[in-house]
Design a protein around this ligand. Structure first.
Ligand SMILES: [Zn+2]
Length: 275
């Protein structure tokens, strides 16, 4: 992978470990901007049949820059219906060997989500998904809003040894159990301002931390009423916020989080000396 020289205060290429590239406009241009910002690799996550298909296509179109993850988001289940969920489970089962991860999957206990997909159905589907990840030895990228303890319990019950609790905002007790299980959490741009997320990111061991943007989600900004829509280049912004929060040089955080991503997703090491 071609690497340019020093970027800002860090030299190691970054990985956006969670982006909904299927929803990003002009992916080619977004990837060019991300490379210029030092982000060498983007994991394109899917949420349903169509976005999984798109993640696989984008990985073909941008080899070594985009890697696919296949998922079934709890927030999409109501719209998908039983047949759509079944069709997507079959798609994931067939295509997971060619993906770097299962995700985005998980539980979402927000009442709006539960109104269209109750807890029991969400849990039953997540159990089947985690079983697929375990069988294919893929890490799971887990959404766990208001369902942190249940999502962790299902991951542990599945026997899966690799999981990422994406954008973790849960209580410290669950964070400790996530770390004890050998799992990871990922930091998003909300690390600039969201108290629970900041607390988790400040406490997790660095060897269990990943960076991501959840693009194209929109985020608040300190000292401004304006929100902005994230793109993969904003991993550099997450890096800066994490380094400041932890009182570490950006370079150290870049090196460690990229090494974590390479280990977890089975990517070639992205050392800055590579040609
Ligand atoms: Zn997401």
């Amino acid at each position: 992978m071609a690497q340019s020289g020093k970027r800002g205060t860090f030299e190691h290429p970054l990985v956006d470990t969670h982006a909904h590239l299927d929803e990003v406009q002009d992916v080619g241009a977004a990837l060019e901007r991300s490379r210029a910002a030092g982000v060498a690799v983007v994991v394109a996550v899917g949420s349903d049949f169509g976005s999984n298909q798109k993640a696989l296509e984008l990985a073909q179109e941008f080899p070594r820059g985009v890697y696919p993850a296949l998922g079934l988001h709890p927030g999409q289940m109501g719209e998908m219906g039983r047949d759509g969920v079944q069709r997507t489970l079959e798609q994931i089962e067939a295509s997971l060997p060619g993906a770097v991860a299962l995700g985005e999957v998980g539980l979402d206990y927000h009442k709006r989500v539960r109104a269209s997909a109750d807890k029991e159905w969400q849990q039953a589907v997540l159990r089947r998904l985690l079983e697929l990840a375990r069988r294919h030895d893929k890490p799971a990228l887990v959404h766990s809003r208001y369902a942190w303890a249940d999502a962790l319990a299902l991951a542990l019950q599945s026997g899966l040894d690799k999981a990422v609790f994406h954008w973790f905002t849960g209580p410290s007790s669950v964070l400790r159990a996530v770390i004890e299980a050998g799992y990871y959490i990922s930091a998003t741009p909300a690390v600039e301002y969201h108290e629970e997320h900041r607390r988790a990111v400040s406490r997790v061991p660095l060897e269990r931390l990943l960076l991501e943007t959840d693009s194209p989600v929109s985020y608040a900004q300190a000292n401004s009423p304006e929100r902005y829509q994230a793109q993969p280049a904003d991993v550099a912004r997450v890096l800066r916020a994490v380094a400041t929060l932890r009182g570490l040089p950006e370079d150290a955080v870049a090196w460690e989080t990229t090494a974590n991503a390479c280990r977890l997703f089975g990517l070639q090491p992205l050392g800055s000396s590579q040609g």
